[in-house]
Design a protein around this ligand. Structure first.
Ligand SMILES: *Cc1c(COP(=O)(O)O)cnc(C)c1O
Length: 344
């Protein structure tokens, strides 16, 4: 890895961050707070929330096995995705490389930040090659995006191949693990201490059943986390989100139960798809959804919408011709989907 100073945009490296009232005094001993122009009434919503979410990070440390100074929390994963461009990529100059197809936000955030996006197509089995990704890089490539399990394809990427990218690329490698709690494959979190150019994204939006509260996580070296903290909005994770996330983290066993149920259902629904005459192929998945190649995706999609059932039509995406992406729902919901498809 080249030095962080050379990877980070010069204006960000030298940035003096905003210092909030809560940054300047964060102790608990005081009993009168007249420093932040808050209203003394309407507790607890009158007070600004902890800008560094210390209590939540202390809890996450136990669940994830990552020290607090290696955790960044944001307004969904979308925040660390966007921040990564703003921190590392000079608009109009730098570029990023990513597997394709993958999560749409990487390309949208690249466009917003005027950063060139270089997609490298997966093969027909949705596998990727480290060499082909590395060959797409040049001296202005700052980030390589990987997503495992990948969206919309569902499969986990080969672990050794991902490590090869991390070890052979001079810049930042971001692995998005939004679906890791559903996966057979283990998280790359244990690789963080030995790979200072690795950033791992996770979220409470999927397995944790908390998409509404918007809580995304980035795990990385303390040096990278410090830069995220310097660039983010001071109070980027609101009090209600911090409280609700703490509550969700109290009961990881509930999450385990959901995951087990969803994986059982996924198996059953995929099995049923193989018996549908309108389904041509189902793809290997390690997530709470799967991709199915249909005889006529557009027609089937419209037919389902008519019945009030919404799946994701991915058929216009390269390598996903005629594919629908099916999220696993409750047993009742899945049965209704299957019954509708049998009648198509
Ligand atoms: C759903 C999803 C996310 C989650 O984004 P949030 O902003 O945390 O809700 C991140 N990455 C991928 C690949 C996803 O599919």
């Amino acid at each position: 890895m080249i030095s962080l100073e050379k990877l980070v945009r010069p204006n960000i490296w030298s940035l003096a961050p905003y210092s909030s009232a809560r940054d300047e005094y964060s102790g608990k001993e005081a009993h009168i707070f007249l420093d932040a122009n808050e209203n003394p009434y309407n507790a607890p919503y009158n007070r600004y929330p902890d800008p560094l979410q210390r209590e939540l990070k202390a809890r996450l440390t136990k669940v994830k096995g990552v020290p607090e100074n290696m955790i960044f929390l944001g307004n969904g994963s979308d925040e660390p995705i966007d921040l990564s461009y703003r921190i590392f990529c000079r608009p109009g100059k730098d570029n990023v490389v990513a597997i394709a197809p993958s999560y749409g936000m990487y390309a949208v955030c690249a466009d917003i930040n005027d950063v060139e996006y270089r997609p490298v197509l997966l093969d027909d089995n949705y596998e990727f090659s480290a060499d082909r990704l590395l060959a797409a890089c040049d001296e202005n490539t700052k980030i390589i995006w990987l997503c495992s399990p990948n969206n919309p394809t569902g499969n986990s990427l080969d672990r050794d191949e991902m490590l090869r990218v991390v070890e052979h690329f001079d810049g930042i490698v971001i692995i998005d693990e939004a679906y890791i709690d559903f996966a057979q494959q283990k998280s790359m979190r244990p690789e963080l201490p030995t790979h200072p150019n690795l950033i791992i994204l996770q979220t409470m939006s999927k397995a944790w059943g908390s998409a509404a509260i918007r809580l995304g996580m980035a795990f990385a070296s303390p040096e990278i986390i410090a830069i995220y903290n310097k660039v983010k909005y001071p109070y980027n994770v609101n009090l209600l989100t911090q409280q609700q996330a703490l509550k969700a983290l109290e009961d990881p066993f509930e999450v385990d139960k959901w995951v087990k149920t969803l994986l059982t259902e996924r198996y059953r629904v995929m099995q049923a798809f193989t018996e549908l005459p309108i389904c041509q192929q189902i793809f290997k998945t390690d997530a709470n959804f799967f991709l199915a190649r249909m005889t006529d995706a557009k027609k089937i999609y419209d037919y389902l919408v008519d019945k009030g059932i919404i799946v994701r039509n991915r058929s216009r995406i390269q390598l996903c011709d005629n594919c629908l992406r099916i999220t696993i729902g409750t047993r009742t919901e899945n049965n209704e989907l299957l019954a509708a498809l049998r009648q198509f």
